[in-house]
Ligand binder design. Structure first.
Ligand code: MG
Length: 267
């Protein structure tokens, strides 16, 4: 297992990231233009730093609460579906230009009902994205958390593409109230290609539309030592990427630094 960091172009200081770790995942936000100059800039900056994944987020996404996520995130909203499919393909081309072996994103809440029109449309869209990525020899990883592990597993089987994988985020299972993260990992383990090291506490039971609260690694409800134990038990040998999503850049870097130290002790 290699310790990495999930960081974002234009937001995080890559020099600081690479002083901590030598691998990770690069996030590309919606405002970023994927020009040849941008590709060249990242190729020069990366050097021998190993990117496991290029992650994309989309214009108009909101993680304010559960209804906002349902309405705005990933491939589920109708009005942005075609544009987001194009953007995901462009991200795949960008990753290929940097020789990165995988791409990933949140696809949003997958409906439980397999006959639901949105379920079918998103399943078909994921097949097309997988096929585009496969032409570059890439995996396409879905971020966990917005549905229980069993729903995600059945969706994977329905899509039926060998390069469709999971980016497992144990904190998301807690933030979205989607089940115990360790049990979810055991269910999804054969499909997990990358992991986020993130922590959090659930929302109070009386506020079911609220998301839980992210915490510094080791201070939330994930039980990170038990999670790393589960990764070892299942023979996981991919990257374990610290993810910290708070606005204050200095506090974020400080939390990332401490999380890397914590993981070094556990791994
Ligand atoms: Mg994550």
């Amino acid at each position: 297992m290699d310790i990495g960091v999930m960081f974002w172009a234009g937001r995080d200081d890559f020099g600081e990231i690479r002083s901590l770790v030598d691998c990770g995942q690069l996030g590309i936000g919606p405002g970023v233009e994927l020009t040849p100059a941008f590709v060249a800039q990242w190729r020069d900056a990366l050097g021998d730093f190993r990117l496991a994944t290029v992650v994309c987020s989309f214009a108009g996404e909101s993680y304010a609460d559960v209804p906002a996520v349902e309405a705005t995130v990933g491939f589920i909203p109708h009005s942005t579906r075609a544009a987001r499919e194009r953007r995901t393909s462009e991200i795949s081309d960008f990753a290929a230009a940097l020789d990165v072996p995988g791409i990933g994103c949140h696809i949003g809440f997958v409906p439980d009902d397999r006959t639901d029109a949105d379920y079918i449309a998103v399943r078909d869209m994921v097949r097309r994205v997988c096929d585009h990525a496969a032409a570059h020899g890439q995996t396409f990883a879905l971020e966990t958390g917005q549905e229980p592990a069993e729903v995600l597993l059945r969706f994977l089987e329905d899509v039926g593409r060998g390069n469709l994988k999971i980016n497992f985020d144990p904190a998301n299972m807690i933030l979205y109230g989607s089940g115990d993260p360790i049990a979810a990992f055991e269910t999804l383990a054969p499909h997990v290609v990358s992991v986020h090291a993130k922590d959090g506490d659930p929302a109070p039971a009386a506020f079911e539309d609220q998301l839980g609260t992210e915490r510094p690694l080791g201070e939330g409800s994930v039980d990170i030592a038990r999670f790393i134990g589960a990764l070892k038990r299942r023979g996981y040998h991919g990257t374990v990427n610290v993810e910290r999503e708070i606005d204050d850049p200095r506090q974020r870097m400080e939390d990332i630094r401490r999380a890397v130290g914590l993981l070094r002790g556990l791994i």
